[in-house]
Design a protein around this ligand. Sequence first.
Ligand SMILES: NC(=O)C1=CN([C@@H]2O[C@H](COP(=O)(O)OP(=O)(O)OC[C@H]3O[C@@H](n4cnc5c(N)ncnc54)[C@H](O)[C@@H]3O)[C@@H](O)[C@H]2O)[C@@H](O)CC1
Ligand SMILES: [K+]
Length: 495
Amino acid sequence: MRSAYGVETVRAAERELMARLPDGALMQRAAAGLAAVCAQLLRGGGPGRRPARRKVAGARVGVLVGGGDNGGDALYAGARLARRGAGVYAVLMDAGRAHGGGLAALLAAGGRVVERLPERLDLVLDGLLGIGGRGGLRPAAAALAAQADTARAAGALVVAVDLPSGVDADTGEVAGAVVGADVTVTFGAYKPGLLISPGATYAGTVRLVDIGLALPARPEVSALQDADVAGLLPVPGAESDKYRRGVVGVLAGSGQYPGAAVLAVAGALRGGAGAVRYVGPADQAVLARFPETLIGTGRVQAWVAGPGLGDGRLAEVERLLASDVPLLVDADGLRGLSPEALRRRTAPTLLTPHAGEAAALLGVDRASVEAQRLRRARELAERYGATVLLKGSTTVVCDPAGQVRVNPTGTPWLATAGSGDVLSGLAGSLLAAGLDPLDAASAAAYLHGRAAHHAAADAPVTAQQVAEALPAAWRTTSEASGAGGRARRVGVSGT
Ligand SMILES: NC(=O)C1=CN([C@@H]2O[C@H](COP(=O)(O)OP(=O)(O)OC[C@H]3O[C@@H](n4cnc5c(N)ncnc54)[C@H](O)[C@@H]3O)[C@@H](O)[C@H]2O)[C@@H](O)CC1
Ligand SMILES: [K+]
């Protein structure tokens, strides 16, 4: 699991550690880790683009230096690279406030202070702002961020120090100018802003340097990895039968949108429940595609309600809201939901809106949801007393107790008609198999993203192909983690 901690938590852990270490030791740890990653990148060991020289000696390195400790890290790392023979050119945002010790170290190592970044750089260090940054970049910082962009366009690798300047460490929000990095070297802990878009998009590949911080057991935001998801996936034991594995009910589809029913069932059939029960007018379309589907009402362990339901079926959704069965509400089912109705429920509820649906539920505009994904998902979960999976550029899952997971497997190819229907079927199936809503939602988002990668292979993909690639995604996830045998055995009680 990748665990991310907010600024206040990181600062508290830093204070605690600094009190036990000699002055400046922590910054030296950070700078040493940063310089080591840069050296590796300069030698050609990085992601994507490769610098031309393939060694540190003779490499040309630019350093953008802000007025705080983030600039200090960058200066000390620059000094280390200069000592190894790199030509290092530092641009100071405010000469009077640059970190004194760092600047002296850089100059002593042969680095130079220049007015603007020179041309033909191999690498640029963005040390403008770290966790001390607040609000949008002010003009002097924005001007230097633009120089980083120019150098990057000309072929330099941009390495963000701790986080890309302009990204809010706690939320991933970006207000105005921002540095786009190829790699971010972050210290002590991942920050939520590195895992959540738009911030995550600007961070590139994130490398964590351990500086010895002692952090709380419960992270503020986490991102599951293969082993975590493999450990959650339901695997039938020898004693399982289809009812023990859980039955998921799907209330979806309409004359206008029969396909949504087919896609939701397609996702549900691949989610580990023992059977899928379909309720709605698209039964012939569903049966034609999936003859294994049970048709009509009956006992289920979880419901999925909403995909392609169209207008006029809210009474059916309301009946499910009044039941004591775990319920996932998506798409048309989300229209007109009242927080009170959800808060009255005794069984768990999972809402799976995209940004537009989330905006309607909150009474805000869509752009504010896109720009503030974490904040809005938290707000929704709190107001509706439900677990929320907010779909989009970074899918965020948040439960009413404030636990947050972000999905690391997404791909822009998933922005295709019907892919949300597959996701809701899949997540509902995991709910029926006995996972709690936070686990069901985050495991579903993970597999769904993986399936899209499998199916798309860097080309357009259809929702149906995503559904068909789910078994491969499931297998890859279990195999990559080596956790096949550790996965949870399914046995739903009361069936
Ligand atoms: N505290 C510690 O023990 C350690 C801190 N480290 C580094 O220190 C960083 C935090 O340092 P600081 O607290 O000095 O803060 P930063 O260096 O992140 O930023 C503070 C500076 O940025 C300016 N600033 C804030 N918002 C701005 C905006 N929107 N536009 C332009 N300028 C803005 C402030 O006026 C101040 O000069 C971390 O991100 C990390 O890089 C590391 O060295 C590890 C150890
Ligand atoms: K930075």
